[in-house]
Design a protein around this ligand. Structure first.
Ligand code: NAD
Length: 282
């Protein structure tokens, strides 16, 4: 039995993928069963998931939530869970802390953050990057195979996949913010958005922002990628915190963090693709 805690925009799709792959699944979300995929069983608390499941997947907002759930698992008597797979973006420091907590009670931990959005999760093209000991990864791999068809083990220590995920989201956040400024500049110069995207996408300024987010969400006015600006601001802040702790270069990082913080403060919970109208209006 696989446990799944956190049935938000991403978690609900990942849990549905596990069900579709033929796994028996037990779920829990603090907001209740509305997004639990049939025929998974939704239970009222983490303890009940920890009793029924052997491997437990998390898709939670941040490291505080993941650590809280880890502590609830540890406080559960007669638990069945022997391995926790954390698909949330929480950063390397939180991943190491949680791995150490769980290891004291003999529970394995694999950090397995994901990239590719809710649409990628539905299409099973989501990239799952994961890290952990050989033993923990061996337990996690059949479960990871149920989540997506694209999986990369990137290290043998918990937190290493989180480092790669933060590097990825720093690039994604920066490119989307920079593209928003460049498009606002082009529109003010009299260019048309569709024309700009056509030309950028055969030129050297192309990126996931010009190839995916702008055509699907800005050009259409949908703004429904299923990832909030608050979560993106958290990711860039986590990246910057880690870089500053290392004493690494952070000039662009500081700028990107400030842009996303401003956007998330002005419009908390907005779809992250709305950074374009936010930028254009500011
Ligand atoms: P979300 O805010 O939509 O969902 C989070 C869910 O966790 C909510 O349903 C909430 O009720 C539940 N939750 C929070 N604390 C809980 C607790 N203590 N116990 C039980 N349930 C709890 O977030 P999301 O977009 O689904 O993202 C989840 C994680 O995946 C985040 O770390 C995010 O950064 C990462 N992520 C999301 C996307 C995306 O496109 N949405 C892409 C890549 C990575």
């Amino acid at each position: 039995m696989i446990g799944f805690v956190g049935l938000g925009n991403m978690g609900a799709v990942l849990a549905a993928n596990l069900v579709a792959a033929g796994h028996p699944v037990v779920t829990h979300d603090a907001l209740g069963p509305a997004r639990s995929p049939a025929p998974a069983v939704h239970v009222d608390d983490v303890a009940e998931v920890a009793r029924r499941a052997e491997v437990l997947v998390l898709s939670l907002p941040d490291g505080t939530a993941s650590e809280q759930v880890a502590r609830e698992i540890l406080a559960t008597e007669n638990r069945g869970v022997g391995c926790v797979v954390d698909a949330s973006t929480i950063g390397p420091s939180a991943a190491r802390t949680i791995a150490e907590l769980l290891a004291k009670d003999g529970i394995g931990y694999v950090d397995a953050p994901v990239s590719g959005g809710v649409a990628g999760a539905r299409a099973r093209t989501l990239t799952v990057m994961y890290a952990g000991t050989d033993e923990a990864c061996a337990r996690a791999e059949p479960v990871l195979a149920g989540l997506s068809d694209r999986r990369h083990r990137v290290g043998d220590r918990p937190g290493m996949a989180q480092a790669l995920k933060l590097a990825n989201n720093f690039l994604s956040a920066t490119t989307l913010a920079a593209t928003s400024e460049a498009v606002a500049f082009g529109l003010a110069a009299g260019l048309d958005l569709a024309t700009m995207l056509d030309v950028l996408n055969t030129s050297s300024g192309r990126s996931a922002a010009t190839e995916d987010k702008f055509p699907r969400h800005v050009l259409t006015g949908r703004y429904a990628a299923g990832f909030t600006n608050s979560l993106m601001a958290k990711d860039v802040r986590l990246y910057l915190d880690e870089v500053e702790e290392q004493g690494g270069p952070a000039v662009v990082g500081r700028s990107a963090a400030a842009v996303w913080e401003d956007f998330a403060t002005a419009e908390p919970g907005a779809d992250f693709t709305r950074i374009f109208p936010f930028t254009e209006g500011s």
